[in-house]
Design a protein around this ligand. Structure first.
Ligand code: ADP
Ligand code: ZN
Length: 185
């Protein structure tokens, strides 16, 4: 994306688990820093599985991040001069993240949000659908189906889990394509 200086916008990176969302977010953040832009990266406090103060990809790429309890806390922690805001695991936030993303973009910030677009039943996982609707730019990432090798768009739950998202999840889910995906009972 390349726009008038001072113009904000929203980019969403959405897909299944293992599809490379965090890698893509970290790649964009690193490039912004190469361009000497001031960057702040956030994640939700409940996502402390690999690190409390870094976002970490399944391939062990990492970038420092600020852990917050709510979308409102992101707004409160924006520093003067910040040009790019990255947010990982957007599905851990509630729908307030939509207003916060809009407000940051309105202030001229480039907002990049990565997150799961569907839960383990294949249901749209708010607030990601709402964010996809308001974003200027959308990237849909795909994993590789562990059953058949085709591009995978689903996160198959393979063990019992409390609630809609499991934290610390790598051994509880696997990537599956549409044909191989079976909603977990
Ligand atoms: P996401 O944030 O979407 O969960 P990550 O960026 O954390 O994904 O991790 C992507 C990495 O996961 C890949 O580069 C690869 O090393 C690893 N990986 C493990 N299982 C798979 C799979 N089934 N398909 C694709 N990548 C996988
Ligand atoms: Zn498959």
């Amino acid at each position: 994306p390349h726009k008038h200086p001072g113009t904000g916008w929203i980019e969403v990176i959405a897909g299944s688990m293992f599809s490379g969302k965090s890698e893509e977010l970290i790649r964009r953040i690193r490039r912004a820093k190469i361009a000497r832009q001031k960057v702040q990266v956030f994640k939700h406090k409940i996502d402390a599985r690999y690190s409390a103060d870094h976002i970490v990809s399944h391939s062990d790429m990492r970038h420092e991040s600020i852990a917050v309890e709510s979308a409102a806390e992101i707004l409160a922690r924006i520093e003067p001069g910040t040009e790019v805001v990255g947010i990982d695991e957007g599905q851990f936030f509630d729908n307030d993240l939509v207003d916060v993303a809009n407000e940051l973009a309105r202030r001229g910030i480039r907002v990049i949000i990565a997150g799961l677009d569907q839960d383990y039943m294949g249901r749209p996982f708010e607030p990601m659908p709402q964010l996809l609707a308001i974003a200027e730019y959308i990237t849909k990432t795909h994993a590789i189906c562990v059953r058949c090798g085709q591009p995978a768009n689903y996160s198959q739950r393979i063990a019992p889990v409390e609630g809609r998202v499991a934290v610390g999840a790598a051994d509880l889910y696997e990537a599956r394509c549409r044909r191989c995906f079976v909603p977990y009972a």
